[in-house]
Design a binder for this molecule. Structure first.
Ligand code: ATP
Length: 963
């Protein structure tokens, strides 16, 4: 086995995050060179990474020999598919004891077939580079599924090997063996290459609950990931230990294994609960188990959600890469795992994936998922190249220069072009002034240059002055241009969604006089053509939103007036109180009916989307005023409560007066019995009336209160719709940008691809709902509404983006991951949790009325709710709703229960978009009535923080647009 001597000119950019090998050696022509090899082996639950530096800094040149070209790893630059193999373990003792059946056949060394073809969506057979049956030794798995890739590291190529599979499928078992064999081979190679000195460095980390921890120094706590322009993602302050020999290396690995988070699940007594990356790079991924199967709860469940999030992102990344399109967005940054593995996935690395699976029928779904993942992975291509590290001093010098340049750029308040223009402008102006002064002294009238002066110098001077003036004007306008494009650049320099939004909202307008650096002419043309129809639709929607905004404002004003009237009339306790209240109620009904009339929007002028959104944004202040008004109304209502008793006693007096017999009546009463009988009946009537009025007053106040809360919800909904609309605008532009690269990608997407994509996206959304504590009514609505129809695509993307932004927002609040919250969650998270709690309390109250006894009993049994008091059981049932994002059966059942509780299922009509108003449909239902149904809950409770967060993001982008 030999080593390829890397050419002097090659550079080593040090990109890989995990186990790395460095190779230093002297060659005959240059003083020293360092080549870096990265070698990752990824296994089950934790990523542990072993970094090795192989070097010979001052080897005498006489000792240097060029290694023959047959070195493991082969040529210097290679474009190749990921090597994907599948290993099926034997049935384990539990499966045997449970008489579990073998669900798969391995028909040849490349093919695995499902025994039950009826259950297969897929053709039923799957082919890979190699399929290892349960009798295969780990040595064979290493030799045929990992060795070649592992040894590429010795020729300076980044190499990654990872195992992927369900919990207890054998990842750790396999990777342990692979690591052993790889270490053996590496040392063998070192011993056979005496002309070089090797320095191996070891570092190891694990990703546990999205925290990166140094396995050689747990005390250092959670480590940060940094983006290094040269090396890609690097783990800050990760310890690197120099490896003395093979035994030392094994010892280090055993320390890391002992340090790893291992927990017991129903499927595996020693289940690794973190992703481990040994920077050799041996990566042991966490299991892709289902929570129900591994009976996870509490800590395990929380781990599971993180593990699955990482894996879900990994799956998404692989899926996107497997499409063969590198141009689209690959969400590497959505999890720490994929960030760290970025180079290994579709980048500068050779990668081998060993997919492990159980043969058991009870795990057939998980095994199928593993095979689908493996199928996608087969399509991913990497372009590995030999890395080389340039002379350290030279690199440091280069970097220092770059840093100095960047610092200077950062410090200068304006780009250098602007400064130049500004000084040019100043120069021209001072020259003009100078001329002006000189010639005034000489009697020349600059303001009337045609006036005779008699001076022969005047004509050329005049020309010069005009020229100067022209130059000044030109400099002025250039400065203006520079300023505005600087503003744009500054806005686009913000990280996060706002940057994205700004970039994507860069629509070109017909009358744009400023050149836009982000929009090339070609792009403008394309967008212009393709967006016309959709733009018109969006402009209509924006106008509708504006109209609703106005309507709501008017309604809120009216409600406020009415409330004031009511307060006034109740204070007076006048006779007309009851009538006033009744009148107000009918007015409110009239307002409501008016607001429910259909909206017809006509676009007379040819507006651009950018202007429309800017205008919509300019109403932002109106919405705050509106919200403030509604708050006032609510406060007024609350104030009414103490006053109500006074009012009622006033009413009592009035009624008593009314019912007291008049003088004629008094005369006609002759006997004491008659008087007392009449008094009695009068008192009964008064009581009756009093009761009636009390009830009427209370009902009316309740109605007004409900109306005001509804108005508030509508305002919030309006905001939400606005956000969706802006998202649609973004989508539209993005779609057009993408379609410019490949139109067929979206249009010709096969139903199969969308189905798989939909499932992935839905799982991701469900996980994010859970992590971000989103309203469970909202989750239910969304879940029921979007079931994989091709036209759901945009909504799924929008929801996904919105949730990711929210998660990011929570993250930015100083919280590494919202689901990791301990006892002291930050403000917005705690308010989401509180809102969710309130929502559950509200739903618990509806259990007895909305679920039949039978339905309740079924759920109690299904979800193991013990018979301990009716109320407690109801609350327990509601508390369990939407708590297990990993179990799709649980999710489905939760959605069904919530739908019944809030009345989504009351009508026999199928669920429609209009029902949830995600399609910007009018706010009212068909009958114009507004019962307590799903449509009221779009932005319910825990959704509010989402709105707040989105408002921040959107205002940023919208402010930019409007300036
Ligand atoms: N090919 C195999 N042959 C024999 N036993 C195996 C094989 N693969 C796995 N096992 C056994 O199955 C059990 C579970 O394996 P392992 O811990 O490697 O699973 P895992 O996929 O890493 O699980 P987790 O994701 O929970 O960490 C272990 O006891 C292991 O020894």
């Amino acid at each position: 086995m030999g080593l390829v001597i890397v050419d002097d000119e090659l550079e080593f950019p040090l990109p890989l995050p995990f186990h790395k090998f460095y190779l230093h050696h002297i060659n005959t022509r240059k003083s020293s060179r360092t080549s870096e090899m990265q070698f990752k082996i990824l296994t089950g639950k934790a990523l542990c990474l072993l970094k090795m530096t192989i070097g010979a800094p001052v080897t005498p040149s006489s000792k240097i020999k060029r290694t023959p070209a047959c070195t493991p790893g082969g040529p210097k630059v290679r474009e190749e598919n990921i090597l994907v193999t599948v290993r099926m373990r034997p049935l384990n003792s539990k499966e045997v004891a449970a008489y579990d059946l073998v669900a798969w056949d391995i028909t040849d060394e490349h093919t695995i077939v499902s025994k039950n073809l009826h259950h297969e969506r897929h053709a039923g057979f799957y082919t890979f580079d190699k399929v290892f049956d349960p009798t295969c030794s780990t040595r064979k798995v290493y030799e045929e599924g990992a060795r070649d890739v592992a040894l590429s590291a010795l020729s300076g190529i980044n190499a990654t090997i990872f195992a992927y599979g369900q919990t207890s499928s054998g990842k750790t078992f396999t990777m342990r063996g692979v690591a052993e064999q790889a270490i053996k081979d590496i040392y063998e190679h070192i011993n056979f290459t005496p002309e070089r000195e090797f320095v191996l460095k070891f570092s190891a980390l694990e990703i546990y609950n999205e925290n990166v921890v140094d396995l050689l120094n747990r005390e250092s706590g959670s480590l940060r990931l940094l983006d290094d322009p040269e090396r890609g993602t690097v783990v800050d302050k990760l310890i690197e230990e120099v490896v003395k020999d093979g035994q030392h290396l094994r010892h280090l690995i055993s320390i890391c294994e002992a340090q790893r988070q291992v927990g017991e699940t129903a499927l595996n007594d020693k289940s690794s609960r973190s992703h481990q990356i040994i920077r050799l790079n041996l990566v042991d991924l966490a299991g892709s188990e289902r929570a129900t199967q591994s009976n996870t709860d509490g800590t395990r469940l929380k781990e599971g959600s993180h593990i699955n999030r990482s894996l879900l992102t990994l799956t998404t990344v692989i899926r996107k890469l497997s499409g063969g399109k590198r141009s689209g967005h690959i969400p590497y940054r959505d999890s720490k795992l994929t960030r760290i593995l970025q180079t290994s996935l579709g980048g500068n690395a050779r990668t081998a994936i060993i997919c492990t699976m159980s043969p058991a029928l009870s795990h057939v779904d998980q095994s199928r998922n593993t095979l689908l993942f493996a199928t996608s992975a087969k399509e991913v291509t990497n372009s590995a190249k030999v890395n080389m590290v340039v002379e350290k001093k030279q690199l440091v010098k280069q970097l220092q220069e770059e840093v100095a340049r960047l610092e200077a750029e950062l410090q200068s308040p304006e780009p250098s072009a602007a400064s130049c223009l500004r000084s040019l402008l100043r120069e021209k102006e001072s020259k003009i002034q100078q001329f002006d002064l000189n010639h005034q002294r000489k009697g020349f009238n600059f303001h009337n240059p045609n006036a005779p002066s008699g001076n022969s110098l005047i004509a050329p001077m005049e020309r010069e002055i005009n020229e100067l003036k022209r130059e000044r004007d030109l400099a002025q306008s250039q400065l203006e241009l520079e300023r505005s494009s600087h503003k744009e650049r500054k806005a686009s320099d913000h990280h996060g969604p706002s940057c994205l939004a700004v970039k994507r909202l860069s629509f070109t307008t017909e009358n744009d006089s400023l050149p836009n650096k982000f929009d090339s002419k070609a792009k403008s043309k394309k967008i212009g053509k393709k967006t016309t129809a959709s733009s018109n639709m969006l402009v209509t929607e924006i106008r509708k939103l504006e109209m609703r905004q106005r309507q709501l404002g008017e309604e809120a004003n009216r409600a406020l007036e009415l409330l004031h009237k009511e307060v006034a009339s109740q204070r007076h306790g006048s006779q007309g109180t009851a009538e006033t209240i009744a009148k107000m109620l009918s007015e409110i009904k009239a307002i409501h009916a008016a607001s429910c009339t259909s909206e017809v929007v006509q676009i007379k002028d040819k507006a651009t989307l950018r202007e429309e959104i800017a205008r919509l944004n300019s109403h932002e202040g109106n919405i705050s005023v509106l919200e403030e008004k509604l708050e006032n109304v609510q406060r007024s209502i609350e104030q009414l409560s103490p006053e109500r008793n006074n009012v009622l006693s006033g009413l009592d007096g009035i009624l008593r007066q009314k019912r007291t017999p008049n003088s004629e009546e008094k005369c006609s009463v002759s006997s004491r019995e008659n008087v007392s009988a009449q008094k009695q009946s009068s008192s009964i009537n008064v009581k009756k009336m009093q009761k009636m009025f009390k009830k009427a007053a209370e009902d009316n106040i309740q109605s007004i209160k409900a109306y005001v809360s509804e108005l508030k919800e509508r305002v919030a909904k309006l905001q939400y719709q606005k956000q969706l609309l802006v998202c649609q605008v973004l989508e539209l532009e993005e779609a057009n940008e993408a379609s410019s690269d490949d139109d067929a990608e979206i249009v010709d997407q096969s139903p199969m691809t969308w189905t798989v994509m939909f499932e992935d996206q839905r799982k991701e959304i469900i996980m994010l709902w859970h992590v971000c504590h989103v309203s469970i009514v909202h989750r239910t609505q969304f879940y029921l509404l979007f079931r994989g129809d091709p036209c759901d695509q945009m909504y799924m993307e929008v929801e996904l983006r919105r949730l990711k932004w929210l998660e990011q927002h929570l993250d930015d609040l100083g919280n590494a991951s919202p689901a990791l919250l301990g006892d002291d969650p930050p403000g917005s998270v705690s308010s989401s949790i509180k809102a969710l709690k309130q929502e559950r309390e509200y739903l618990a109250k509806r259990v007895s009325s909305k679920l039949t006894t039978e339905e309740r009993e079924i759920m109690y049994m299904k979800w193991d709710i013990p018979p301990e008091g009716k109320q407690r059981r109801r609350q327990q049932l509601v508390n369990k709703l939407w708590t297990n994002p990993l179990d799709m059966q649980h999710v489905k059942e939760s959605a069904e229960v919530v739908a019944k509780l809030v009345g989504f299922c009351e009508s026999s009509q199928p669920v429609s978009r209009e029902m949830f108003e995600l399609n910007f449909a009018p706010l009212s239902d068909k009958n114009g009535s507004r019962s307590l149904d799903g449509s009221k809950y779009l932005t319910h409770l825990a959704d509010r923080p989402i709105l707040a967060c989105l408002n921040d993001d959107f205002s940023l982008s919208l402010i930019f647009l409007s300036c």
